[in-house]
Write a protein that binds this ligand. Structure first.
Ligand SMILES: [Zn+2]
Length: 121
């Protein structure tokens, strides 16, 4: 099996694609859980996204670690509608509230009750 095919299969199984050897700082996030995660896992003195640097201490965490953390948080509360909801064509499709990944991550658009996420991240 070729390297790229193996990598694609790995990403499909994991549910998200690697962003490579990049680092992101806590100031690139508004969410307190994410800023805390980045602060605890900081290992680089430079953020590849906003360009912030520190001469004294690491300020940025590996972005793939942050994405994995987000992914784990999302899959705790959200699922695939194909696995969790009945589908009735005559009743308009899935019998429940389905939110796609784009709407899920929009500012201030969180649903009152997490139900089912449509598709992968
Ligand atoms: Zn940053």
């Amino acid at each position: 099996m070729g390297f790229m095919k193996h990598k694609l299969m790995e990403e499909q199984e994991r549910g998200w694609a690697s962003l490579g050897d990049k680092y992101v700082c806590d100031q690139c996030f508004d969410d307190y859980a994410l800023t805390g995660f980045v602060q605890e896992h900081a290992s680089s003195p430079k953020c590849d996204y906003c360009g912030r640097r520190s001469k004294r201490k690491p300020i940025a965490a590996p972005v793939d670690d942050v994405v994995e953390y987000i992914h784990q948080g999302v899959i705790l509360d959200w699922g695939n509608p194909n696995d969790e909801l009945p589908y009735e064509t005559r009743e308009g499709g899935f019998q429940g509230n389905v939110v796609d990944a784009y709407d899920l991550f929009q500012d201030g658009k969180r649903q009152k009750e997490p139900t089912v996420q449509h598709g992968g991240l």
